[in-house]
Write a protein that binds this ligand. Structure first.
Ligand code: F6P
Length: 504
């Protein structure tokens, strides 16, 4: 660690820990720590006032950001420099939104136009009647599309999309049951085009088409990949291979051709709005310095809790059924990006890195896990996400109650309640942040996701780790492959399990 970073951490550790009620004694608290961004899909409020950040902490975190070279690292990412050092790659998901190195933006635009043509050709009937799409992918090749399709198609979709990720055949069978093979297309989404789960599911989907009278199953396949040659070699016609750049990480790939099911479901115009919303957040992140930079501010709060308060988890509750898949999307984004133990130079980080991201939807979660949040012994910083505009047409009482509950939880966590009866006492002083969108639509969703991407990046920069590799997932894959291919001797426990399951 540089001397400046060590000094910044020492300063942070020495600062007094404020309590929330005292912080709200300052009449300027809300204005200082809550901001409304005007974005293409409508305004979004980012209220971090119920976190423990104060002026002194903010100033010390800014020193840490300087010491970690935040401004330079941010510029390097947008300039297309190879900041993913372990894989010697650039990190260019923002170029897909039109913000980045000129040549990368141009290339991304050209690839989008190719994808647009295919989406419009399918909508126009050029590939026959297409009523269903089974989108096969896993991790980043599934979580983003699943979230966006689920969030944006509540009022109907131009194509019925089923995202299948698990190698457990139950997942694919469920999709088969919901689709008519005569009008189904298959999207094989895999950045590497080698992932066992996706390639196995893809073969079974082709077989299902064949067995159900489709004479040319490969003619029903679209491939979404950074390795187009592999898709062609596998049997997909070149005209239906939609490539994207290797510099787009798997968990950042929903903006690329991996977003094909989103565009097919909502139409190109809405997909373009999704990109525009994310681009607006990119520009905010790139052009705003200091504490006014909202993803950076959120990262300061994240680090305050993990580094100075010892929290091991962070929870996100969407008070909006349309965002029910957001917590699982964020799990991959944050934990695969920042669940690391070494710094950019390979030396130990020496402090906690990403907390465990978890969450759910409100109000359901209130009746399941909020007991622990209010009275448990684990401190959990919570994000609430809600929209002022309802997603339903029912009696407005539904939405009024939903929002009232959302805001009540944040207030209760902070205020607490004294009682002589310990079982009925709430300690309070528990942190939360609230993101309140005017409307939830494609553009707002794009901005929300980009906000979290940049928050994750900022956390990584401040910890001096590489947020863009994921070697931790490899060992388990290797062992699974060794087992399937008859493998060597494992430990006694693993051998016994394999024998009992009849695998060996
Ligand atoms: O195993 C982890 C991972 O590599 C993720 O990072 C990625 O999103 C997922 O697998 C799927 O990879 P691919 O898109 O190459 O099939």
């Amino acid at each position: 660690m540089s001397d400046a970073a060590a000094a910044a951490w020492a300063e942070l550790e020495a600062l007094p820990r404020p309590d929330l009620k005292t912080l709200f004694g300052d009449a300027g608290r809300l204005t200082a720590w809550s901001a409304k961004l005007e974005l293409p899909g409508g305004a979004v409020r980012f209220d971090w006032s119920k976190t423990h950040l104060d002026t002194a902490l903010g100033a010390a975190f800014l020193k840490l950001a300087d010491a970690a070279g935040f401004t330079e690292r941010r510029a390097a990412m947008f300039a297309g420099e190879h900041i993913n050092v372990t894989e010697d790659r650039a990190v260019e998901h923002t170029a897909l939104r039109g913000v980045g190195k000129d040549s990368s933006v141009e290339e991304a635009h050209a690839l989008h136009m190719r994808m647009k043509s295919l989406v419009e050709a399918i909508h126009g009937g050029a590939l026959g009647e297409v009523r269903h799409l089974i989108h096969i992918g896993i991790g980043g090749s599934a979580l983003g599309p699943a979230l966006a399709v689920d969030a944006l198609t509540r009022d109907g979709a131009e194509c019925d999309v089923h995202v299948v990720s698990n190698i457990d055949g139950c997942a694919l069978e469920a999709a088969f049951k919901a689709c008519d093979p005569a009008t189904t297309m298959i999207a094989v989404a895999s950045k590497t085009f080698t992932t066992t789960e996706s390639m196995t599911n893809a073969m079974s989907a082709l077989e299902w088409l064949r067995q159900n009278g489709v004479s040319d199953p490969y003619g029903r396949v679209v491939a979404l990949t950074a390795f187009p040659d592999k898709a062609v070699e596998w049997g997909v016609d070149e005209t239906r291979v939609l490539p994207f750049s290797e510099s787009v990480g798997g968990r950042y790939s929903l903006w690329s051709s991996i977003g094909f099911p989103i565009a097919l479901a909502v139409g190109w115009a809405e997909f373009a709005e999704f990109l525009d919303g994310a681009a607006a957040m990119d520009r905010h992140f790139l052009d705003t310095d200091g504490l006014a930079n909202l993803p950076l501010r959120a990262a300061f709060a994240d680090l305050y809790y993990t580094q100075l308060c010892g929290t091991q988890t962070r929870a996100c509750f969407a008070y909006d059924e349309r965002l029910r898949l957001l917590p699982s999307y964020l799990q991959q984004l944050e934990m695969e990006s920042n669940g690391k133990s070494v710094k950019l130079d390979g030396s130990p980080v020496g402090r906690p890195t990403a907390p465990i991201t978890w969450g759910g939807v409100g109000t359901d979660a209130q009746h399941a896990v909020f007991q622990l949040l209010h009275q448990g012994t684990n401190l959990v910083p919570v994000d609430f996400i809600a929209a002022i505009g309802p997603g339903d047409d029912l009696d407005p009482a539904h939405h009024r109650n939903l929002l009232a509950n959302c805001f009540a939880q944040g207030a209760a966590l902070m205020a607490g309640k004294a009682s002589k009866d310990g079982a009925r006492a709430y300690p309070g002083d528990r942190p939360s942040a609230t993101i309140l969108c005017e409307e939830l639509n494609a553009a707002t969703l794009g901005a929300l996701i980009a906000f979290h991407e940049h928050r994750t990046f900022s956390n990584g920069v401040l910890l001096q780790i590489n947020s863009f590799d994921q070697f931790g997932v490899e060992l388990g894959k290797e062992i699974a492959k060794a087992i399937v291919s008859g493998g060597t001797i494992f430990d006694a426990s693993t051998e016994a399990l394999l024998a009992e399951a009849g695998i060996k």
